[in-house]
Design a protein around this ligand. Structure first.
Ligand SMILES: *Cc1c(COP(=O)(O)O)cnc(C)c1O
Length: 358
């Protein structure tokens, strides 16, 4: 399902860092922050240890904490909601649009109207497809709340030609090896605000601006030069890697023909972190057994909604989200990573097409 594209470029870059003796946080991280922020179209980048810590730091930088609520999607990786919980704030959820798998702006507005105390909207561009950002930018403005983008799955994706990660007050990326680009573990916060950048840097560096003068209780969430060296190489490759994902997805769109399968709605700015289809007629689990037998890689993202996860039992969240509840029983993701050969892509599509439902 994933195969990070690591080669001699990354090896050479890592060796150079090792030879320099400066293996922890330093000039290579600064270069990666600068280049990645420029690529997305943001003023500042603050590299972190993971996408999860990037999200936590961004929310904390805005002072979000106990008593606050953050509106997000029930259909994402758990880290999205965990980052809210870490700050002491409470997640509230708005159901998704089943056509896009992303938070539905109309449902988001209903929740904004009916729920006092929401300080921020945390949108997730799930599977590499942008949320409807004109709607979310307008909602944030109308209700006077912050807009933060979880970009862990959408490096290089666009909404109406503008890159995801450049719409919100902050955007948070992950560079985990399954994502569209990798540094091992790693993440980054992007922001245009000088003040937010400063707050993020304090938080990731034990709350200090001047060495050993700690103004707040911070963390060690700093990225290493080793990780950043890999990230710089991966950033160079990102457009090609995303193009290869689009080729595979385009092939699936054009060739998958099965009455039990609904392929994802195409979108011009999609970068296909996952190619996630729906298997209807209650046949999803049979389809998974079939793919397993045929030795075709696959994944279910995600089998449970976030509010119904056991780890949140004590929150007593509302757990009925009809669209997310349906999707969790229908979704299957096919291999779409840039390491696939043309023959493998064909084989995946043919295998889907010969599924009879039995
Ligand atoms: C991967 C992911 C994260 C967390 O990133 P890590 O680098 O694994 O901590 C957050 N949100 C979403 C949507 C993700 O897919």
């Amino acid at each position: 399902m994933a195969k990070p594209q690591l080669g001699n470029e990354e090896k050479d870059a890592v060796c150079k860092v090792i030879d320099s003796g400066m293996i922890a946080n330093g000039a290579v991280v600064a270069e990666f922050e600068k280049r990645f922020a420029a690529y997305v179209g943001a003023k500042h980048g603050i590299a972190t240890t993971s996408g999860t810590t990037a999200l936590e730091v961004a929310l904390r930088a805005f002072g979000i904490g106990p008593g606050d609520k953050v509106l997000t999607t029930p259909f994402s990786f758990i880290a999205t909601a965990n980052s809210i919980v870490y700050t002491g704030a409470t997640p509230v959820f708005a159901d998704i649009d089943p056509a896009t798998y992303n938070m539905d702006p109309e449902k988001a507005e209903q929740v904004l109207q009916s729920t006092p105390g929401i300080r921020a909207i945390l949108v997730v561009h799930l599977f590499g497809r942008s949320c409807e950002m004109d709607a979310f930018v307008a909602l944030a403005k109308k209700y006077g709340v912050l807009l933060v983008e979880d970009c862990a799955q959408c490096h290089g994706a666009t909404w109406r030609g503008q890159k995801t990660g450049s719409f919100g007050d902050a955007a948070c990326f992950s560079f985990y090896p399954t994502k569209n680009m990798a540094t091992g573990e790693g993440g980054m916060v992007l922001t245009d605000s000088d003040e937010t950048e400063k707050a993020c840097r304090m938080l990731i560096n034990h709350g200090m601006e001047t060495r050993y003068y700690h103004d707040i209780v911070g963390y060690n969430y700093r990225m290493t030069n080793i990780a950043a060296a890999i990230g710089l190489c991966q950033l160079d490759k990102l457009p090609r890697m995303n193009e290869r994902r689009r080729v595979a997805a385009g092939y699936y769109d054009a060739h998958i023909r099965n009455d039990l399968v609904v392929t994802p709605q195409p979108d011009a700015g999609h970068v296909y972190h996952q190619y996630t289809m729906r298997v209807i007629g209650g046949r999803r689990d049979v389809f998974i057994e079939y793919l397993t037998a045929k030795q075709i890689g696959h994944g279910v993202f995600y089998p449970l909604t976030i509010p119904e996860q056991k780890c949140y039992a004590a929150f007593n969240f509302q757990t009925a989200y009809p669209a997310a509840d349906l999707l969790k029983t229908q979704v299957v993701s096919l291999p779409v990573h840039p390491g696939l050969t043309d023959a493998e892509i064909r084989e995946v599509a043919e295998t889907v097409n010969t599924f009879s439902g039995a």
